[in-house]
Design a protein around this ligand. Structure first.
Ligand code: CP
Ligand code: NVA
Length: 308
């Protein structure tokens, strides 16, 4: 019988905060939660959600995951707390960690998340920053594992902006030994530190490619993945980015060049006819809603480990 296992690191701020074995263990626990074979109890435990940006999936999947574990959630945002009035993070973090048992934080600057983690005595989870979205990557690779059973011959091509989602896919992919290709317009490459960390993990194997040509990047790929062209906070750049990302839509033309067994993933929310065509989004290749569901199972597994 599986038991919740303490992770080596207190926080989950980056995909790189877990070892390969820990990620595989999270997948195992997630699968068991999904099949309703596990019943870990965390009665009276409280998850604090601090969300400086909008969210549907992350917020709700964390709330439901916590409720399935027998715990409760407090949902905070800058307007309902003193955070919006400029109370220092170090004060908020010290107070909230005296009430809550774990905190999940969605904010802009990754450094702010690190500041919370520095001052909180309880585990802090990255629920998305401008740098990473590690909870998303856990659900993504869980979905890929369900489809292909293992990661041995998986080639994942991400077509779009090399920011938070792409950065976490790169790190998690490197830890799992997956070939990851990022096809992005010039100037939208993933974070350099993320790239070097991933290359360091892969050592001799050249598992990471960054390219500006989506057409060649999808050849032989079994997973095609995309995200919005304009992320939260980039509303003013939308028009400019729409032009720069022209040609980076996952549509039938790109699908035809990928492997016949290819599946399509999208972290959501999606903008049809921008980063993905409606036809592909609604096609039998899409595993987008399985992926969204897996956010909940993976986070239930993550919470159970962090609370152990
Ligand atoms: N994918 C994702 O994080 O979705 P939300 O912004 O709705 O949480
Ligand atoms: N890159 C997107 C991801 C949304 C889940 C954003 O940051 O808005």
């Amino acid at each position: 019988m599986l038991k919740p296992k303490k992770l080596a690191k207190k926080n989950f701020l980056s995909s790189f905060d877990m070892s390969t074995e820990e990620i595989e263990y999270i997948f195992e626990v997630s699968k068991n939660f999904k099949e309703k074979k596990l019943n870990f109890e965390f009665t009276n435990k409280v998850l604090g959600l601090i969300f400086d940006k909008s969210s549907t999936r992350t917020r709700v999947s964390f709330q439901v995951a916590m409720s399935r574990l027998g715990g409760t959630t407090i949902d905070l945002n800058p307007t309902t707390s003193q955070i919006g009035r400029g109370e220092p993070i170090k004060d908020t973090a010290r107070v909230l960690s005296r009430y809550c048992d774990v905190l999940a934080i969605r904010t802009f600057n990754h450094a702010d998340l690190e500041e919370y983690a520095k001052w909180s005595t309880k585990p802090v989870i990255n629920a998305l920053t401008d740098l990473e979205h590690p909870c998303q990557a856990l659900a993504d690779f869980l979905t890929i594992k369900e489809e292909f059973n293992d990661f041995k011959n998986v080639v994942l091509t991400f077509v779009g902006d090399g920011n938070n989602v792409a950065n976490s896919l790169i790190l998690c992919g490197a830890l799992l030994g997956v070939e990851v290709r990022i096809a992005c317009p010039k100037g939208y490459e993933p974070n350099e530190k993320v790239i070097s960390k991933a290359r360091e993990i892969c050592k001799k194997k050249n598992l990471l490619q960054i390219t500006h040509d989506p057409t060649t990047a999808v050849i032989g790929a079994n997973v095609l993945y995309t995200d919005v062209w304009s992320s939260m906070g980039e509303e003013k750049q939308k028009e400019e980015k729409d032009k720069e990302f022209d040609g980076f839509t996952i549509d039938d033309n790109l699908i035809k060049k990928s492997n016949p067994d290819a599946i399509v993933l999208h972290c959501l929310p999606a903008y049809r006819s921008k980063e993905i065509s409606d036809q592909v989004f609604e096609s039998e290749k899409s595993r987008i809603f399985e992926q969204a569901e897996n956010r909940m199972h993976a986070q239930q597994a993550l919470l159970s480990c962090l609370l152990s």
